[in-house]
Write a protein that binds this ligand. Structure first.
Ligand code: ADP
Length: 450
């Protein structure tokens, strides 16, 4: 609960940080943009004033003369012969008059700047005049293309001649403005991204560690619960058996006494096995699996093991199919540990299997390895559980739900022992179709008889 609260709090802090960084960056961008607009807006306006103050205005005069003739055409010609609106034609002619644009480019370059810009001429109003009458022809139903919102106003103009009156604005749009601004902001951007990345990484690592810790602590709690349960069963059997032994009528029945004493012995052995396992775990934690390797006749050993296992199961014995195809006769193995490994796999196949339980044990040495596989016809293992089953204390969801006894140590033990023999263990499973455990131990393993 506490850790969940912490996770949410950290996630919230992260979100706030992202929001703050976002606001900071957009604000900086806006300020830089304002600075850019003020600087270049001033430069452009000054440029246009300088252009207007030029003595030499013949260029504009001749354009206005052409426009006046055009106005006459629109006033007195048959409208059907003119394929475009007066505003369209006026705009085109004014745009073709490139002197202001060329002047501006020069002016900006002289100021030591080199931004790329597009030149716009936007007509506001256009009137055709005829002997005191005026006819507004723009704005009309066909709007002309306008400058984009971010374009800067360079100057506003009004011209009047005999047959027309026009007012228009000249705009300049710096197309590489965003890039220029972002170039100036690279350090801020890089630092912001770096901060976010660092915080993300720290958050991720902390979260992962927290979840790992939680999982470990959950597994330990599970283990203690299971252990308590496992210990209680033999203890209570011993307690019942010993109080029965105190019963006079039972003492007199020799057979019963013998049976009870066997029961106590069995439970006692079970108890000491459980305690041994816990002790073993402590040893493994210090990385000290000590093997006692000996030359083992593989076929004889595995047959004996499988037969004994089958016998132990009594009436509930599974259908066991043993296939042995080996060339090598003996191999250096720790008999006790390796026997427990095979037994663990077999009892898991029975424990988690379904009835009738079928187990296939295949032993071969085809690839320079002794391969032992144990395949069952049980419910199999879910994909998300596969990667955890060899972890210490791990128990599958179903084993907990079906209350199947266990400590979550069996496969952990198997893996430790196989690896101590320089081997590997893998598992393949399709849920619903059983599980297959494969052990591979190099025939030329480096174990030494000690
Ligand atoms: P335990 O049997 O005490 O739970 P193990 O380490 O032997 O511990 O097994 C870990 C988990 O792997 C089991 O809880 C079970 O979910 C799963 N498992 C092991 N063997 C099989 C199998 N043959 N079929 C299905 N699930 C298995």
């Amino acid at each position: 609960m506490k850790s969940q609260f912490l996770i949410w709090l950290s996630a919230l802090a992260l979100l706030v940080l992202i929001a703050v960084q976002y606001i900071f960056i957009t604000e900086t961008y806006r300020t830089k943009k304002d600075q850019f607009d003020t600087k270049f807006g001033g430069l452009v306006k000054d440029g246009m004033i300088a252009f207007n103050n030029q003595d030499f205005k013949f260029g504009l005069d001749s354009v206005l003369y052409v426009l006046d003739n055009l106005a006459v055409d629109y006033l007195f010609s048959d409208p059907d012969t003119l394929d475009r609106s007066p505003a369209q034609s006026f705009q085109e002619i004014l745009m073709n008059y490139r002197d202001p644009e060329i002047f501006l480019r020069d002016h900006i370059r002289k100021a030591g700047e080199d931004p790329v810009f597009t030149y716009y001429l936007q007509i506001n109003e256009l009137f055709l005049l005829d002997m005191g009458f005026e006819q507004q022809v723009y704005p009309d139903t066909i709007p002309l293309p306008v400058a984009p919102d971010e374009a800067l106003l360079a100057g506003s103009y009004n011209h009047e001649r005999n047959f027309f009156r026009i007012s228009y604005d000249i705009y300049i749009n710096f197309t590489n403005r965003s890039r220029l601004i972002l170039n100036e902001m690279w350090l801020i951007l890089a630092l912001a991204i770096l901060t976010l990345l660092l915080v993300f990484t720290v958050f991720y690592i902390t979260l992962r560690n927290m979840l790992l810790q939680k999982r470990l602590s959950d597994m330990k709690t599970d283990f203690i619960n299971n252990m308590t349960h496992e210990l209680k069963t033999p203890l209570s059997t011993i307690s019942v058996a010993s109080s029965s032994l105190g019963n006079r009528s039972i003492i007199q029945q020799e057979e019963k006494v013998e049976e009870l004493s066997k029961l106590i012995k069995r439970q006692n052995r079970h108890l000491s096995e459980l305690i041994d396992r816990i002790l073993d775990i402590n040893i493994w934690e210090k990385d000290q699996v000590k093997l006692k390797p000996e030359h083992i006749h593989i076929e004889g050993w595995i047959r004996e093991l499988v037969d004994a296992f089958s016998l132990e199961q009594g009436n509930a014995s599974p259908v066991l199919d043993l296939q042995v195809e080996i060339q090598v006769e003996t191999l250096l193995l720790d008999r006790v540990h390796m026997s427990t490994v095979i037994n663990n796999l077999l009892s898991n196949a029975v424990k988690y299997g379904r009835s009738p339980c079928r187990i296939t044990v295949n032993v071969n040495d085809k690839t320079g390895f002794l391969s032992i596989s144990v395949t069952d016809n049980g419910p199999g293992i879910k994909k998300e559980e596969l990667k955890h089953i060899f972890e210490k204390f791990y128990r599958g969801q179903e084993s907990k739900q079906r209350v199947i006894k266990g400590l979550g140590l069996g496969l952990f033990y198997v893996k430790q022992i196989v690896e101590a023999h320089e081997g590997t263990i893998t598992v393949h499973s399709n849920p619903g179709k059983g599980a297959q455990f494969n052990i591979k131990i190099p025939i030329e393993n480096g174990l030494i008889i000690g």
